[in-house]
Write a protein of this length. Structure first.
Length: 629
């Protein structure tokens, strides 16, 4: 029987929770009743999020806040509709947001899967899984989603990325706004892992029909579902008749009882399945963790009071400039001078009884204490967020060396260790969700690079069993800053690692990463060959190019490492054969470099001439007379 053909429960037996409701329309009704109840108490938080959005962007509205699931209370309308807002003259929030975005949230850590020690099969799968995950991040364009989630975390306190297998049986990834997340905060007061969560979005009717119209009865149910209500929009010209609320909800398993996943509009369920994982398919990035709260605290919430103080001070300064700082003219009473003859008429003309000569007055409207107060408030914003004056500038101070820039970056990074760790943890969460979704969808992804490599899920050989945990590492220790790249080139040249010609070539385009790829190409070939032999059990012949001694030493070390990690003997034999080939190449090189032997002679040879006279031995001690013949 289809989901929505289930009979309605009898009167008096309607469950209080949607996750315990019988499958069918009643599940959708209970789900939306639960969403409305939570949204009702979240109106203040929604308005605060809108306020943070206004300050961070300078824009007055975001369409996501214009709508709601249920009708808003009259008290909300009367209270928030009177609020007035104008963009700040000096946006300190936007300033620190730009610095954090470039310094912290633009990082792209390398995600590596870490297997159990001593388990050869897990190690091979972990290496393949690492390549698949790296390809999936680029193929599914997840890095821009990570950066957008970072922007949401700074703005609202929490950013999310959804990674799940949808009704299309494909992996779906997208950024989820904090306003879209419906969660019972009372569960978070008990622990940081609530059992129930929903994502509600406002969708156009035609889009919903295009996605779910193939399900029996879905089109009519979508058209008949309740329309979207007005949220933080207090005008009367916004039409919501063509918008519906789509809810995707999860209930985590409890003991032996399985969880539940429901996709529905009000009154109709598109999908209702079991959910077996102990976490939501939602990676969460918090700017500042708060005890007893699922959501974090954003930078906007932390310094919005200082931002308002800066606005008030600047407004007062502007008023003083307008009222006091304009020039004034003291015009003697009875002077036969028309007002239009004064060039500064707009500044004001004051008649007075006194000297017969007009006087020009230019009062000082702002004293030094006003500038000190404003500069102090701006410095408090920087101190609260933890950014230096140089980091807040768009350009570096002239004359700063690469070393000085690197030291400054180290100080700023030390202040933001917590943020950096949170970003790494966020990327690790996405990696876990990707693999969990890969077990279901089994997609094929493309590894980027000079040669594009197709990676099939079937080649990895991972099912629902354990597949270890990922660990995020910095992508590269080399700086992406031009000044520090130049400093690196200068250091290499001073150490004698590169020639003058190479230094000049690199200075034209300071591609230090590309140069290191070229320098390490030979040794990377050794690693790649042995890695292939271990993973695929196929022999790869040694190459006669590069430093054969270094290649032999590397291959021997890798052999010992694989032996200690219990690699099967047939794969170790491939490495031994590889090492033997390198030894033969080294021996052949030694023979080719040995001096040629004297050619053989035939016949009677003349006697050899007298050789050099032998040296006197033993040598006389210093100062002794020379020996006589």
């Amino acid at each position: 029987m289809p989901i929505n053909d289930k009979p309605r429960p009898k009167k008096g037996s309607i469950p209080r929770r949607w996750w315990t409701a019988p499958k069918g329309p009643e599940t959708a009704r209970q789900l939306f009743s639960w969403i409305r109840n939570i949204e009702l108490v979240n109106w203040p938080r929604r308005y605060n999020n809108l306020l943070f959005y206004r300050y961070m962007t300078g824009r007055a509205t975001n369409t996501a806040f214009n709508y709601a699931v249920g009708a808003r209370p009259g008290s909300i309308t009367s209270f928030y509709s009177r609020a007035q807002w104008t963009a700040p003259s000096f946006n300190a929030l936007a300033m620190v947001d730009d610095v954090l975005a470039n310094r912290i949230y633009s990082q792209r850590p390398f995600l590596q899967w870490c297997p159990d020690a001593g388990d050869f099969g897990q190690r091979v799968k972990a290496k393949k899984l690492t390549r698949w995950t790296d390809a999936a991040f680029h193929d599914m364009k997840l890095w821009p989603l990570v950066q957008q989630a970072g922007a949401d975390a700074r703005m609202y306190g929490t950013g999310y990325v959804l990674c799940d297998v949808g009704i299309s049986k494909k992996i779906e990834t997208r950024v989820v706004m904090d306003d879209e997340v419906i969660i019972d905060e009372s569960q978070s007061n008990l622990k940081d892992n609530p059992k129930t969560l929903a994502i509600r979005t406002f969708e156009y009717v035609d889009d919903l029909i295009e996605r779910f119209g193939h399900i029996d009865g879905a089109e009519a149910a979508i058209r008949n579902a309740p329309k979207v209500e007005l949220g933080m929009y207090f005008g009367s010209d916004l039409d919501t008749s063509d918008l519906r609320v789509l809810a995707l909800a999860w209930q985590l398993p409890s003991g032996k009882k399985p969880g539940r996943r429901v996709l529905a509009v009000d009154g109709f369920v598109f999908e209702d399945t079991k959910y077996e994982r102990d976490h939501f398919p939602l990676a969460r990035l918090r700017y500042k963790k708060l005890s007893g709260s699922w959501r974090g605290q954003g930078v906007a919430e932390q310094i919005v009071s200082l931002q308002r103080d800066i606005e008030r001070q600047m407004a007062a300064d502007w008023e003083n400039m307008m009222r006091i700082a304009w020039p004034r003219i003291l015009k003697p009473t009875g002077a036969q001078i028309p007002d239009g003859a004064f060039a500064a008429k707009s500044g004001g003309i004051i008649p007075y009884a006194g000297d017969r000569e007009p006087k020009f007055i230019s009062p000082e409207a702002l004293g030094p204490e006003s500038f000190r107060y404003l500069a102090g408030r701006i410095q408090m914003v920087k101190d609260r967020v933890g950014i230096s004056d140089n980091a807040a500038r768009t350009e570096r101070q002239p004359g700063m060396s690469g070393v000085a820039i690197a030291k400054e970056a180290q100080l700023d990074d030390a202040r933001h260790v917590e943020l950096l760790l949170e970003v790494q943890d966020f990327v690790e969460q996405i990696g876990v969700l990707l693999v969990e979704a890969g077990v279901q969808a089994k997609p094929e992804v493309t590894l980027p690079g000079r040669t594009r490599q197709q990676i099939k899920w079937s080649d990895i050989g991972i099912d629902k069993s354990s597949f270890g945990r990922p660990k995020a590492f910095p992508m590269s220790s080399l700086s992406q800053d031009m000044a520090r790249r130049q400093q690196q080139i200068d250091t290499w040249f001073a150490e004698g690692s590169i020639s003058k010609q190479t230094k000049m070539r690199l200075e034209q385009v300071p591609d230090t990463d590309g140069f290191l790829d070229l320098v390490n190409a030979a040794i990377n070939d050794v690693f790649g060959a042995i890695e292939h032999m271990v993973e695929e059990n196929e022999f790869v012949p040694a190459e006669p190019f590069g430093d054969l001694d270094t290649a032999l030493e590397t291959a021997q070390s890798l052999y010992l490492q694989e032996k200690n990690e219990k690699t099967p003997q047939d794969r170790l034999d491939h490495i031994l054969r590889y090492i033997a080939q390198l030894q033969e190449m080294i021996e052949e090189r030694a023979k080719a470099q040995a001096p040629a032997a004297a050619p053989a002679t035939f016949g009677v040879q003349p006697p050899a001439g007298p050789g050099p006279a032998p040296a006197a031995f033993p040598l006389p001690p210093a100062g002794a007379p020379a020996p006589t013949a």
